[in-house]
Design a protein around this ligand. Structure first.
Ligand code: TYD
Ligand code: MG
Length: 464
């Protein structure tokens, strides 16, 4: 009897091996190999070629000059969400394959249903929403919560890729949602849905349909414990855009950001709020992030971080309390832990404050993570304010990098940060002296600029 042929695949990167290994030689992940039936090459449909049928290899392509490549007039579709359009680089590109990852319950199905509705109702697009996770009834219930669904939009509860592709080729929609790629299976592979080879094969067949027919396809992808899309890394290589949907624990704020984008920048984020009737985009996140800020409390300071091209005003909260242990606790929420340690050392040495024996907690409200040196000054001031129990006035916004000698250094995008603060009504802005002289103050009549060179100078804001 012929031996059933199977191989071992790395769950992380898709590396193939004839035998099991403890560590993947390609991506160095431990214990990541799973045994799965081998793909037979004749059955695998690759991108660019036709479905491998009896006729053998696909027709040969002719090389062309770059200016012979025709660009379609309308090759981007607006999603109806300005924020999402910006993350995508200006709308959904026709013929693109987009992967949307995120924790369960974060709102992936909800946002894609809303995008489907917008495309059908506002842009007259033909939309096909395929769910492998929910029954048509469940989708209907969700749709009822959002708003009325109008336009050319159809739903299908299906997990078989061959059926899906037949339907897509017959119906020729403009936009397809596949929710989720881990529930889909193709007959060319005998492994179970969600396995490395199934996910890879299913995605590559959808990729072919997207490119050949100029259809934009969104795939929903589950994420693993450590927050990456489950299934092989090759999935991320295959698609044009990888988006992640994240939220603060228990809160209603949702942040969508690009991890990879062949059509735009990956620096942009979009902020949404989950409400009782669907997701709303938040056009003015600074206002939302500062909402509910404690006034007249020590340890709280407002600073401005950049997410892509957008300035975001955020509140940093610091807390210092005498430690009960020899080794004090340090907790950094939303900022880099090592950076916090460095800043505490700088405070000790340059401001002569003996805070090494204190437990230190720093928190960025709103569940954001910002790794930017411009936050340094805010972090230091929040800690010192907590230590001395002196509040930082509510009308002050601060930003700047802090160097090891306690000097305040220049950062990028100073002008935009100042504008954002002045827009939201801050009266005084503390910034590195470098920028103070260069800021165009013509549009900022009511704003007072506090220029600082060193941490010692910055302490002035704490004195009344
Ligand atoms: P869902 O889109 O099903 O998440 P995912 O597809 O990422 O798993 O979102 C489900 C959550 O969103 C659920 O906890 C309920 C909540 N929700 C609302 O708060 N308001 C709404 O209008 C909808 C549709 C869902
Ligand atoms: Mg879902």
């Amino acid at each position: 009897m012929a031996k059933a042929s199977s191989k071992f695949y790395c769950k992380e990167c898709g590396y193939e091996s004839a035998k099991w290994m403890g560590q993947c030689p390609s991506c160095r992940a431990w214990n990541s190999f799973v045994e799965e039936p081998v793909l037979s090459a004749s059955k695998v449909a690759g991108f660019g070629g036709k479905k491998a049928s009896g006729s053998g290899r696909p027709p040969r392509q002719r090389p062309v000059k770059i200016d012979e490549v025709k660009l379609e007039q309308e090759d981007r579709m607006p999603t109806g969400f300005r924020e999402l359009d910006r993350v995508l680089g200006g709308g959904i590109v026709v013929g693109s394959l987009v992967l949307l990852g995120g924790d369960p319950g974060i709102g992936k199905s909800t946002i894609l249903l809303e995008v489907s509705r917008n495309l059908a109702a506002e842009s007259n697009k033909k939309v096909l929403y395929i769910s492998g996770e929910e029954s048509l009834k469940q989708i209907r219930m969700r749709a009822n919560r959002i708003t009325e669904i109008t336009g050319d939009i159809s739903f299908m509860a299906e997990t078989n890729i061959e059926n899906i592709i037949e339907t897509i080729e017959e119906e020729k929609p403009d936009f397809v949602v596949v929710d989720s790629i881990q529930t889909m299976y193709t007959e060319t592979v005998t492994a179970a849905p969600g396995s490395v080879s199934q996910v890879r094969e299913s995605a590559s067949q959808l990729l072919r349909v997207a490119k050949e027919n100029g259809i934009a396809i969104f795939l929903v992808g589950h994420v693993t414990k450590d927050g990456t899309v489950a299934g092989p890394k090759v999935l991320e290589h295959m698609v044009d855009v990888v988006l992640y949907f994240e939220g603060d624990n228990g809160g209603t704020l949702r942040i969508l950001h690009g991890q990879k984008n062949r059509f735009g920048s990956t620096n942009e984020i979009a902020v949404f709020e989950m409400t009782g009737d669907g997701l709303r985009e938040v056009l003015n996140p600074s206002e939302l992030l500062l909402n509910g800020r404690p006034l007249h409390a020590s340890g709280s300071v407002v600073t401005c971080g950049m997410e892509g091209t957008r300035p975001l005003l955020i509140e940093i909260q610091g807390l210092l309390v005498p430690s009960a242990f020899n080794l004090p606790r340090r907790t950094a929420n939303g900022i880099d832990y090592n950076r916090l340690n460095m800043l505490i050392a700088i405070i000790e040495k340059r401001l002569n404050l003996n805070i090494g024996k204190y437990d230190a907690y720093v928190n960025i409200t709103g569940g954001l993570r910002i790794a930017e040196p411009s936050m340094d000054l805010g972090i230091v001031l929040s800690l010192v304010s907590s230590y001395m129990d002196i509040e930082i006035p509510d009308d002050v916004m601060v930003f700047g990098e802090v160097g090891l000698s306690g000097e305040i250094r220049a950062v990028s995008n100073a002008e935009q940060r100042v504008e954002e603060a002045s827009r939201l009504g801050f009266d005084r802005i503390m910034m590195p002296a470098f920028h103070a002289g260069r800021i165009d103050a013509r549009n900022l009549k009511d704003v007072q600029i506090l220029s600082v060179r060193t941490l010692k100078e910055a302490m002035a804001v704490l004195r009344k």
